[in-house]
Design a protein around this ligand. Structure first.
Ligand SMILES: Cc1cc2nc3c(=O)[nH]c(=O)nc-3n(C[C@H](O)[C@H](O)[C@H](O)COP(=O)(O)O)c2cc1C
Length: 365
């Protein structure tokens, strides 16, 4: 459905794309032990996280440029998440602005932010989130630089300011996508429009990444904590010492993430570092994990190892590209159904008992 530029942008990882695969392989190392003769006639996948009542223990992670999957995709994600009662976090690099997404009726979304070199932009984004009634900020800390992503490099993503001939041909091959875009007018990063980072999407893609401040330190996290009184999630934590320090600064949740294998490559699979991070975060700070979560069994495995919730990135972008809001809704239902099946066959009837059963539910394969 998609032209190469955007298909590769979603699918790709950094350098050798080792971590993209490692994230998946880590789940394959675990099996879930079936249990029998427990009443599993009623199974609930519901849980509560940071004050959000979630129908299932997963959320939609922030995905920049998701609105390029099809026109209005950010709004479709917000509506699907709202309908299915799972949290949705809007990326700084969203095509639809935070204000327009928050205007979707009943929406209670999270806002992801980066600390930009120009602190005034960051300050303004925090204010905008506050004015929109956002209750949770998710600060991403694993992107001090954007490493080489070979597929993006080949396609000129973040390098070109105008489409190349090869890209034009690829747009022509993805003609349904192109027609959909042309009909609605060429999109831009609506969320960053107030800051004049470029006139076109490709210009914005080039300048926006370079705005992420590589000199960020723990002092900046303290600064942000002081600016923001709501929930604070720190995303992209992969070391137990860093998790402990996030807790000390006052984070409400840490998110174990290697950005879906798009940053340090090779970095450990998130599932492999999860137990140590849960141990170092202590009882006051919840842990969320993402990167490579695809099946219901993956969700159960991560919860058994101490995660309160998991997040998905690429799957929801693909669902929107494939069939829009209806397909994303189907995907959410499908994943929730799988989680319910796995929980029942493993003899657990609710998320709380699943989490307290813990690693005893699992066997190394
Ligand atoms: C296309 C794409 C764009 C992303 N953009 C952002 C972003 O703007 N901010 C952010 O914090 N994480 C971003 N991420 C990372 C996701 O939030 C998430 O950590 C990752 O996709 C999880 O891995 P998965 O795709 O294997 O589920 C992006 C990921 C993808 C695939």
């Amino acid at each position: 459905m998609l032209p190469r530029l955007f298909r590769d942008y979603v699918a790709g990882g950094a350098h050798g794309e080792v971590s993209v695969q490692a994230n998946r392989d880590a789940f394959k190392k675990w099996t879930i032990v079936p249990r029998c003769l427990r009443d599993v006639s009623q199974v609930s996948t519901a849980t509560r996280w940071l004050g959000y009542d979630c129908a299932a223990p997963f959320m939609l992670a922030p995905v920049g440029f998701a609105g390029m999957m099809r026109c209005g995709a950010d709004l479709m994600a917000a509506r699907a998440a709202e309908k299915k009662k799972i949290p949705f976090c809007v990326s700084t690099f969203s095509i639809t602005s935070l204000e327009d997404i928050c205007a979707v009726q009943g929406t209670d979304i999270l806002a992801q932010i980066y600390v930009f070199c120009d602190r005034e932009i960051t300050r303004d984004m925090i204010n905008r989130a506050r004015q929109c009634g956002v209750r949770t900020l998710m600060l991403t800390v694993d992107t001090p630089i954007t490493p080489l992503r070979p597929r993006d490099e080949k396609n000129g993503f973040r390098r070109l300011t105008n489409p190349s001939v090869a890209q034009m041909l690829s747009f022509a091959r993805a003609w349904r996508w192109s027609l959909n875009m042309v009909r609605h007018g060429m999109p831009v990063l609506g969320n960053l429009q107030p800051y004049g980072l470029g006139r076109t999407l490709l210009e914005q893609a080039k300048t926006a990444a370079s705005q992420i401040d590589p000199s960020l330190t723990w002092k900046d996290l303290e600064w942000l904590r002081a600016q923001w009184g709501g929930n604070l999630v720190v995303k992209g934590v992969m070391h137990p010492d860093d998790a402990a320090r996030c807790v000390a600064v006052g984070a409400d949740s840490v998110m174990v993430s290697n950005h879906g294998g798009r940053q340090l490559d090779p970095s450990p699979a998130t599932l492999d570092v999860l137990p140590d991070i849960v141990a170092s975060s202590g009882p006051t700070c919840s842990v969320v994990m993402d990167s490579g979560v695809r099946r219901g069994a993956d969700v159960v495995c991560a919860l058994a190892q101490g995660s309160s919730l998991v997040a998905l990135g690429r799957p929801w972008a693909w669902a929107l590209a494939a069939g829009g809001e209806a397909t994303l809704t189907e995907m959410i239902d499908g994943l929730q159904g799988e989680i319910r099946d796995v929980m029942a066959l493993a003899g657990t009837t609710c998320v709380e008992t699943l989490r307290s059963a813990g690693p005893a539910m699992l066997r190394r394969s």
